[in-house]
Design a protein around this ligand. Structure first.
Ligand code: GAP
Length: 440
């Protein structure tokens, strides 16, 4: 069976069963639109974030990192346009009273009760979560949980320029939580109310925005390859004027073939100088860049590549989920790139009731774990079942210590995707591993 037949049920049940993703507040019946990442999920998430940070910050000379506060002065959201413009059209079914996002309704039919054409007039629903800062709750204490990480970057533009004075062009990157009171969260982690973004604001001169936009488009394709998303499953959508966010002059959505249909995975937007200009006007602070060659100060324009973390995880799981047959038995495995695998190696003794084997296996485990951290010990049931368990969570290699190990100091290294096994000397494991996980 190939990945294009992977269902949401396959993914959701794997995530729950093996500890990748759980429903938020599950023991209390859940809280719609929230998800908790379990031991394997958080490892996968961190690996994705670390690879992203390495790719887009550490490996480049023109990118700088940031970690700004989630709560911001309410004036930020007035200046950015979110306080008035970050709305979705809300309608109510007059039959069952369910509230729905108008643009998500298909064939004018209520997805809850099935009635056709029984909706109220749409009203604009602001998606920001409102809260109050400090002990007095009034207009002046209002704040919001940020609906995008981007504004923290714009409001720190001056701080970064003043403290680093980078060459131009340059970008600022940040990974962090964002919150949206989605009218109808759905499709597992695809549309949550609390989620994470990895965002870049790349500052350019207006006259070169198109060329910079194209360069960033190419970067997305390198990223897709690095995280194991086949090009055939990604599609570009040039978003029409009416559908673009209020700040954007051009947006390309990168859509992915999710099991529930082709939907937005990432976005690339040309935000012009909309944000910096508005914050300049609203704060009274100059948000300009002074060219190092003595040219005139100017407010930069912005190219924004934005990546949802949760949607990345979902897309990676969908693309990497495979089913095949080994020795007449069905197996499922996650063909994750090594850099993303939450567990890099499983180490096992062939059997657990032979103390000399267990002792040797423990030595190998300690060696490998010290070096690579994300290494698991498994001595339950038989070796075949261990391999299946490891395959299911995407462990690239399993190492088994058997009676030959005691004679010649070699172990079996078994590959997840091909199921092939090779004998490797313990003293050469290091070299063997280094080759295998060079992408990490
Ligand atoms: N700063 C630009 C911005 O926030 P966006 O298209 O609204 O643009 C960026 O969001 C990315 O965040 C999306 O491409 C998607 O990956 C992710 N995202 C947006 N809303 C989401 C939600 N409700 N649940 C999960 N991820 C979401």
């Amino acid at each position: 069976m190939s990945f294009d037949m992977t269902t949401m049920e396959d993914i959701v049940s794997l995530c729950k069963r093996r500890g990748f993703i759980f429903q938020g507040s599950e023991i209390y019946g859940g809280l719609a639109g929230t998800w908790d990442y379990g031991p394997l999920g958080v490892a996968l998430k961190r690996n994705i974030q670390n690879l992203w940070w390495k790719t887009f910050v550490e490996d480049r000379e023109d990118m700088f990192g940031l970690d700004s506060a989630i709560l911001m002065n309410q004036k930020v959201w007035q200046a950015s346009g979110h306080a008035t413009g970050f709305n979705d059209p809300l309608v109510e079914c007059s039959e069952c009273k369910t509230r729905l996002r108008q643009d998500h309704i298909r064939d004018n039919k209520c997805p809850n009760c099935g009635k056709v054409g029984k909706f109220s007039e749409p009203r604009q629903f602001n998606m920001m979560f409102k809260t109050s800062v400090g002990p007095v709750e009034d207009e002046s204490s209002t704040s919001y949980l940020r609906p995008e990480t981007a504004q923290g970057i714009f409001t720190n533009f001056k701080n970064v320029v003043d403290s680093i004075y980078p060459d131009f062009p340059f970008g600022i990157a940040q990974i962090g939580k964002a919150f949206r009171n989605e009218i109808s969260p759905r499709d597992f982690v695809f549309r949550g109310r609390e989620f994470e973004q990895m965002e870049i604001e790349y500052f350019v001169e207006e006259k070169v925005w198109e060329a910079e936009f194209e360069k960033w488009k190419a970067e997305f394709y390198k990223w897709f390859e690095a995280i194991g998303l086949p090009k055939s499953m990604v599609h570009e959508l040039d978003v029409g004027e009416g559908d673009r966010a209020h700040y954007s002059k051009k947006t390309i959505d990168f859509e992915f073939d999710f099991p529930f249909g082709k939907s937005e995975l990432y976005g690339l937007a040309y935000r012009t100088d909309f944000d910096l200009k508005n914050h300049e006007k609203s704060s009274g602070k100059k948000l300009t860049y002074v060219p190092k060659d003595g040219g005139q100060p100017f407010v930069p324009h912005v190219i924004e590549p934005t990546f949802g973390v949760d949607r990345t995880i979902l897309a990676v799981l969908v693309a990497c989920y495979k089913e095949d047959e080994v020795n007449g038995e069905k197996r499922s495995y996650l063909a994750l790139p090594d850099a993303l695998a939450p567990v890099k190696y499983v180490v096992s003794p062939l059997v657990k009731n032979k103390p000399e084997l267990v002792k040797k296996a423990r030595e190998v485990f300690a060696l490998v774990k010290k070096k690579y951290g994300a290494v698991m010990w498994d001595d339950n049931s038989n070796v075949g079942k261990r391999y299946r368990r490891a395959d299911e969570i995407g462990v690239p290699k399993c190492i088994t210590i058997d009676f030959d190990t005691l004679e010649d100091d070699t172990v079996t290294v078994r590959d997840r995707d091909t199921t092939k096994q090779v004998r490797v000397k313990i003293s050469e494991l290091d070299e063997n591993f280094a080759k295998n996980i060079s992408a990490v």
